[in-house]
Design a protein around this ligand. Structure first.
Ligand SMILES: [Fe+2]
Ligand SMILES: [Fe+2]
Length: 391
């Protein structure tokens, strides 16, 4: 369905309101791109965010590729960056702070300083024709990134140029998208700061580890929800809070003494008993259920060490009595601990980790979730590449 101009304006106002309710930066970029593409009937798009004078590839959507390979969620976790200069289209838009509406990237005027980089098309087997690139400019007039939408389609699905009127709408929309992005970035930074506080106590809980656990968790949930037939909106809302809550799974460790957390040897029974209280201590931080995010963070902190067979801690919950999010994070957290090197142990071999997960399906872990996890393993690997441990 294509919108007329009046519809577009009222749609934009509605979207603005929606953006202000999204907490997680990745969910937000997902929504911004999705809505922008629907308004302009664009097949694909990506968002780059500026960091240290480089445009970091931060989010992508592509209907054509997604239809060919439903698992291509792994594209989201690609990581590359482009310098801000006149040579690339995105770099040029970031540098000048002005949008570019290009009818055909393969037919650029000789006088322009930028050129189209076809490497993504070549790797993905995709053909880009029309492209609109919009700068994301903050209220302080700083460019914080660019949004690029690709291949407008007519009613028959043919690639056509983007309309000039769309350029105007999108420049207007980019302003509110930018404030929402800045807010969500602040939330993400606050969470990473909370995690850094826990990391001061327990060096195992690094930013890279929690980023990976957050991403694995939403991907496991996405697949689970698709199988269960949950609605798009329900999935989207849950993913928005799940990533943040999963990242916070171990913040309760701030309450555990250094003597225990940093002990270079095995914990004795008494020490392990104290260590186990981090689940309860974490839950206490989110007690009160002020928001959905608090409630989910409470569940995850409290139940991420429960086991499917009822032999976990602290409450020895069993099977589906353990909240879904707790079961998801248990799997994501143990997988990441095993596959990564830690001060006290080398990384396990991939085959060993996978066979342990298979063996523990129905014992430590929810068997359905293990099956889902293994079915999206290429996405899991892409996440690991995106958030490597720092040397
Ligand atoms: Fe934990
Ligand atoms: Fe962890």
């Amino acid at each position: 369905m294509q919108f007329n101009d009046d519809d577009k304006l009222s749609q934009l106002l509605k979207i603005n309101d929606e953006l202000n309710h999204i907490k997680d930066i990745d969910s937000l970029l997902d929504t911004i791109l999705y809505k922008t593409r629907r308004l302009t009937n664009a097949d694909a798009g990506s968002i780059f965010l500026l960091d240290n004078q480089e445009l970091n590839f931060s989010y992508v959507q592509n209907d054509t590729l997604r239809k060919q390979d439903p698992l291509n969620n792994k594209q989201i976790y690609s990581s590359f960056s482009i310098p801000v200069n006149e040579k690339s289209i995105a770099g040029y838009v970031a540098l000048k702070g002005q949008s570019l509406n290009i009818d055909d990237v393969h037919n650029l005027d000789d006088t322009v300083p930028y050129s189209f980089n076809s490497s993504f098309d070549e790797i993905a087997g995709y053909i880009t024709n029309s492209m609109m690139t919009i700068p994301l400019i903050s209220t302080r007039s700083q460019v914080i990134g660019v949004m690029q939408i690709i291949n407008a389609k007519d009613d028959s699905g043919m690639h056509v140029p983007f309309k000039t009127s769309d350029e105007n709408y999108l420049n207007f929309f980019a302003g509110s998208a930018t404030s929402a992005i800045e807010k969500a970035k602040m939330t993400r930074e606050m969470i990473l700061r909370m995690i850094k506080m826990a990391e001061l106590r327990d060096p195992k809980e690094t930013g890279a580890h929690v980023n990976r656990v957050g991403s694995y968790s939403i991907e496991i949930f996405q697949k689970w929800a698709e199988i269960k037939g949950l609605k798009y909106k329900e999935i989207k809302n849950y993913k928005d809070i799940l990533r943040i809550a999963a990242m916070l799974h171990d913040v309760g460790k701030v309450a555990i003494s250094d003597i225990i957390l940093k002990k270079p040897a095995r914990l004795n029974d008494g020490e392990f008993k104290i260590m186990k209280t981090h689940a309860y201590q974490g839950a206490k931080l989110f007690h009160g259920n002020v928001s959905d995010l608090d409630a989910l963070s409470f569940d995850i902190a409290y139940t991420h060490h429960e086991r499917w067979d009822g032999r976990g801690y602290p409450r020895r919950l069993r099977g589906e009595n353990i909240p879904l999010a707790g079961r998801i994070v248990a799997l994501a957290d143990v997988y990441d601990a095993l596959i990564s090197a830690r001060v006290y142990k080398p990384a396990w071999e991939e085959t060993e980790v996978v066979s342990l997960l298979e063996k523990e399906a129905g014992h430590h872990f929810d068997p359905d979730l293990v099956e889902i996890f293994l079915s999206i393993y290429d996405v899991i690997e892409a996440i690991r590449n995106k958030f490597p441990d720092k040397e």
